[in-house]
Design a protein around this ligand. Structure first.
Ligand SMILES: Cc1cc2nc3c(=O)[nH]c(=O)nc-3n(C[C@H](O)[C@H](O)[C@H](O)COP(=O)(O)OP(=O)(O)OC[C@H]3O[C@@H](n4cnc5c(N)ncnc54)[C@H](O)[C@@H]3O)c2cc1C
Length: 585
């Protein structure tokens, strides 16, 4: 798709007047580009680094309804999220796949079984399928054998889904480009251009690779820059509204930390929900939720305190596994673009998306990966005021293009083929055809095929080595030291495809390994607080509190159940109302 000198070719054709100029190559920008091309708009997307370089490659990779929104009473948001999850599962097998969730319940938890029961009932009602079930402690341990026994009251199992976030962005952008959209990575929107009425009508773009600039004009300019959104807004005189919140993850090898499905529980130190889940042959632990006060243009990285916080959860709930820092393969951190309202606890801030129009600049930010299509459609509804001739939005289209799920070509297993179809869509047969005979097997320790490297290097817009190893494939996360040991073979396959000289390869390799060390590894050990002490202090604190005031008997149960049932009933009423509304449209 993006071959040879594609970037130069696009650059030379920027001078036309575009309908839409979209800034930001994360899932929000990608979704808007995709939906705009469905409507036949002439749309250009620019991304200052690589596609999905921002938060959209650093999420927890869940496609979910968000149980937390129920706690906040946000039935509408949960409803649309679970509906999007169902659509994505239907449209993107091999990219978006079901993931079972275990919700462990312990005596020490501040949230009890009946609250979970009520929440999951509503969750399933909104998804229109009954998927959750309660297990007593013995049965629950069969599902998660390494969980600690002490205090386990049992737990629930329910269904959600997961994806490869960076590949989702890539697939959406590639489908948009195939439908006539244009996307350029490593091009930064530097300056907002305004017409004589002060309305934004273009941008000065800076190609960071070739150090060239161009003024580009569009009927509507969309700021889909996530946590960076205030930067362009500041140029039209707007005050800061984004509160960047960092979330970080630890990655363990699955043989060391085996979980067959996601396990969620309340953190022993602050009762925040934490998850441990399988992904791409490894085990992820996350996440944190903290104000991110670092420079946004530097790759975010996990702090020593976050490492200790996540290790405390691991140690507390999986003590028999004896996991230590030496078991960690890699780490990563991302920055949530959350609209700040000044709440003291970052986790209390709303995760909703917003569409703001300021001096003609349309800012679309917040929200989550799961609802990217809905966010894109909201953005386009706001665009209509400026492009009245735009055709009607058809939200019944599949989110992703259908792919031919015919039998796997030899020697691929059905699972490997399904995975390729999900990640590469209709390009999967070409990927297989381009592979050398020994490249259709997996890279040891990962489900990634060697052939994916060749394909990505040849045709997926790779500009730097980290584009290839952290986002086109995820080897940089899945393998120790970013896959350094495999670099000789990766070079053999990819250097000729990329057309890089030996000097260029060496420089890219040095930069990549430095990046892995700086942003995807553990911070210096000496800086990481001792989580054993943190846990011991918390235990002592809880014991002191219990001695002063013994725990209240569970008299709240009836009230909680009633609240849960009311919520469930409200959900059903809401659902019926939504359905009758959509029929009346
Ligand atoms: C730790 C964590 C876990 C999460 N887990 C989940 C989850 O499991 N499920 C879920 O649904 N959601 C999840 N989310 C939320 C989700 O990841 C984000 O909402 C989503 O990725 C935001 O996408 P975006 O496109 O708006 O922002 P981004 O992906 O950050 O994209 C914005 C892009 O704009 C670019 N940019 C900025 N300024 C300029 C400029 N001047 N010129 C050109 N380009 C520019 C940036 O480089 C960046 O790539 C999580 C978020 C975090 C932080």
């Amino acid at each position: 798709m993006w071959m040879g000198n594609w970037r130069e070719q696009i650059w030379q054709n920027l001078s036309q007047e575009w309908d839409l100029l979209i800034v930001g190559g994360g899932i929000t920008g990608a979704g808007i580009l995709r939906e705009a091309t469905r409507l036949g708009l002439r749309a250009l997307l620019v991304e200052q680094r690589d596609f999905a370089w921002g938060t959209s490659s650093r999420s927890s990779k869940l496609v979910h309804g968000g149980l937390r929104y129920l706690k906040e009473g946000r039935l509408g948001l949960t409803f649309s999220s679970v509906q999007e999850r169902e659509s994505l599962l239907a449209d993107g097998p091999g990219l978006i796949d079901p993931l079972g969730f275990l919700l462990a319940s312990y005596e020490e938890d501040k949230i009890g079984r009946f609250v979970y029961q009520a929440g999951l009932t509503v969750y399933d009602l909104l998804a229109l399928h009954w998927g959750h079930r309660y297990y007593d402690p013995l049965d629950f341990k069969m599902l998660a054998p390494h969980l600690k026994d002490k205090g386990l009251r049992g737990g629930f199992r329910y269904g959600d889904a997961q994806t490869d976030d960076a590949r989702l962005v890539l697939r959406v952008i590639q489908e948009a480009v195939a439908a006539g959209g244009v996307a350029l990575n490593y091009v930064c929107a530097e300056t907002v251009l305004r017409d004589e009425n002060g309305r934004v009508h273009g941008l000065t773009l800076h190609d960071r690779e070739n150090n060239q600039r161009a003024d580009v004009f569009a009927r509507v300019v969309i700021n889909a820059t996530g946590a960076w959104a205030d930067r362009l807004r500041a140029q039209v005189g707007q005050e800061k509204r984004i509160r960047p919140l960092r979330g970080s993850h630890l990655i363990f090898p699955s043989w060391r930390f085996p979980v067959a499905q996601a396990v969620s529980f309340l953190h022993p130190l602050d009762q925040r929900p934490v998850m441990i889940f399988p992904w791409e042959g490894i085990t992820l632990v996350g996440t944190t939720d903290l104000d991110h006060n670092e420079e946004l243009d530097q790759e975010p990285r996990i702090s020593p305190a976050e490492v200790a916080y996540l290790m405390a959860a691991v140690q507390h709930y999986f003590p028999t596994l004896g996991l230590t820092l030496d078991d960690i393969i890699s780490t990563f951190a991302g920055t949530r673009p959350v609209i700040g309202s000044g709440k003291e606890d970052p986790s209390e801030e709303s995760r909703d998306h917003v569409v703001w129009e300021e001096a003609g600049l349309l800012t679309v930010t917040g929200g989550k990966l799961t609802t990217f299509r809905l966010i894109a459609l909201d953005a386009l509804r706001a665009v209509r005021a400026h492009l009245p001739e735009m055709p009607a939005i058809d939200d019944t289209q599949p989110v992703l293009n259908p792919v031919d799920m015919s039998a796997a070509p030899a020697p691929l297993t059905p699972e490997a083929w399904r995975r390729l179809l999900g990640r590469y869509g209709n390009q999967a047969p070409a990927l297989v055809a381009a592979a050398a005979p020994d490249e259709l097997g997996p890279i040891p320790g990962t489900p990634t095929l060697w052939a994916e490297l060749r394909w990505a290097a040849r045709s997926e817009g790779v500009v730097h080595l980290d584009d290839l190893l952290l986002r086109r494939v995820r080897l940089g996360l899945l393998l120790p030291k970013g896959g350094a040991l495999l670099l000789p073979r990766i070079r053999q396959i990819c250097q000729p495809e990329l057309g890089w000289s030996d000097e260029k390869w060496d420089a890219e390799k040095t930069a990549y390994l430095a990046l892995i060390q700086q942003a995807y590894s553990l911070p210096p050990r000496a800086d990481i607080p001792d989580w054993h002490t943190m846990l011991a202090q918390k235990r002592a604190e809880v014991e002191r509190e219990t001695a002063v005031s013994p725990p209240a008997p569970t008299t709240n149960r009836k009230r909680v159940t009633a609240v849960g049932l009311t919520l469930a009933a409200a959900a059903v009423v809401y659902l019926l109302w939504r359905r009758s509304e959509s029929r009346n449209l």
